[in-house]
Every structure is written in C-alpha cells, then in structure tokens.
Design a protein around this ligand. Structure first.
Ligand code: Z5A
Length: 218
C-alpha cells in the first residue's frame, strides 16, 4: 500500500479552487511536492481536462474564437461531460489504487462559474453532480481567495492570450468569488487561504493548513 493510502486502500482527493489568476496552478505544484516529500504517490490533474478526451472538451469550452457562442446549458453539459470522462479514466482509478489526486478545479468551479457567474440554478448543477459523481467529493478543498482587481492584475501581468472566461466583466468575477465564499461557508471540507500576499507567505499558510488538515490521514 502507498504511504498515505487509507485502510480501505483509497487515496485522498484534494482540489484547489478560486477565480482566475489567484495562483491555483502555481500552488497545485506546491501541494504535490508537499505530499511527494512524505512518500505519497500523487496524480496531478486539472479541470476541465485531465485526459485526452476531456482536454478536447476544454478546448471547445475555452476557445474565444468560435463563431457560435455556447448556450449556458450547453456549457454546463460540456463541463460535466469532461468531468465524467476524467472521473472514469483518471480520478477514480488513481484513488482506487491508493494514489492521492490533486486537481486544479473541480465541481465547486461549476457552482461558482455556471451557478454564480452565469446564474444557472443550483438544483440543475446539483442534479448533474449526483449523476456524474455519485457520492464522490473532494476530501479537502483549498479555496485561494483574492479580490477580483488583484487577480485581474496578475492575469494581465502574465500577458497570455485571454480565454473565453477571462474576457468576462468584473461583475461576473465578483459573482464567482461570492459563490465560492458562500460554498466554503457551507462545507467543512473547505479551507480558505488568503492568496493576496506574496507567494512565500501564501505557501506558508498552505503548508500550515496541510499539516493540520491532513494529519489524520498521514
Ligand atoms: N470552468 C468553469 O467555468 N466551470 C468548471 O466547472 C470548471 C472550469 C472546472 C479554465 O480554468 C476556465 O474554466 C476557468 C473557469 C472555467 N476560467 N477562468 N477564468 P483554468 O483553471 O485553466 O483558468 P484560470 O483560473 O484562468 O487559471 P489561471 O489563469 O492559470 O490562474 P491560476 O492558476 O489561478 O493562477 P497562476 O497561473 O498560478 O498564477 C497567475 C499569475 O500570478 C502567475 O504569473 C503567477 O506567477 C502569479 N502569482 C501566483 N501567486 C502569486 C502571489 N501570491 N503573488 C503574486 N503573484 C502570484
């Protein structure tokens, strides 16, 4: 059995969430290195994406150059189609063999973007969540929280071409942030990390959080 696998042999599922540019991709690497240093087999992945088929759906979702825009329902179904594939081909097999999965975004992003941002009813999202995930939920979710103006500056400074979501307005991103914070207040698996300070301070906070929250499983 891998170090860190549970008595039942199942690994743990950790997700990182937050608006655009808050530092998820940067800190997914930090969390993976933290676990690997403790002898745990880690699978790093992301959503939308994580398998060739799900990455192809990601391209469809993020491409800003399409002539035909997605309806809100089509966007929601594409997100969950990618997730169904990701769960079947990568996440569930990894957890079942005792590996830990660290994922850059998961279903909380759907509640934040399609729910908070686009205004889709929570029940519609929850129905698809039940269909696709059954009872699987992350064991720990790190919500990196930054005011939307700070996140926008980071994305601008990075200088890459903006995807379809990054072209949304500030009100959209504020609604996304509010939805994330509301969700964090409802579910004890969340830890909210203030990701506004410099990277070193943010990673000290993540380190302290992992020490405390993962102790029962290590
Ligand atoms: N989406 C959805 O609608 N529904 C869903 O269910 C899912 C996703 C799963 C793609 O996600 C889009 O899909 C997403 C929502 C939608 N769109 N948006 N917006 P993504 O995760 O690929 O896109 P993203 O959030 O835009 O990722 P990102 O731009 O790569 O941001 P990030 O990963 O949070 O940040 P980063 O790349 O690690 O850092 C950004 C820059 O800031 C970079 O230059 C860093 O060096 C810098 N940085 C990081 N931390 C710091 C600190 N602490 N101080 C200063 N600078 C920092």
């Amino acid at each position: 059995m891998n170090a860190g696998a549970t008595e039942q042999g199942r690994g743990r599922f950790i997700t990182l969430e937050g608006g655009e540019g808050v530092g998820k991709t940067t800190n997914v690497g930090f969390v993976c290195a933290w676990l690997e240093a403790r002898g745990i087999e880690v699978v790093r992945t992301r959503e939308p994406g994580g398998t060739p088929g799900a990455e192809a759906i990601r391209e469809l979702l993020l491409d800003p150059g399409r002539d035909e825009t997605w309806s809100d329902d089509a966007e929601l179904l594409l997100v969950f189609a990618a997730r169904a594939q990701h769960l079947a081909k990568l996440i569930r097999p990894a957890l079942e063999r005792g590996a830990w999965v660290v994922c850059d975004r998961f279903t909380d992003a759907t509640f934040a973007y399609q729910g908070g941002g686009r205004g889709l009813a929570r029940e519609r999202i929850a129905a698809l969540e039940r269909l696709v995930q059954s009872d699987l939920q992350p064991d720990l979710t790190l919500l990196l929280d930054v005011p939307v103006t700070v996140a926008a500056q980071r994305v601008e400074r990075r200088g890459a071409r903006l995807d379809r979501f990054e072209r949304e307005r500030e009100t959209f991103f504020q609604a996304v942030r509010d939805a994330y914070l509301a969700r964090a207040a409802e579910h004890s698996r969340f830890a909210v990390i203030d990701a506004t300070p410099g990277l070193e301070r943010v990673q000290r906070a993540i380190d302290a959080c992992l020490e405390q929250r993962l102790a029962p499983w290590l």
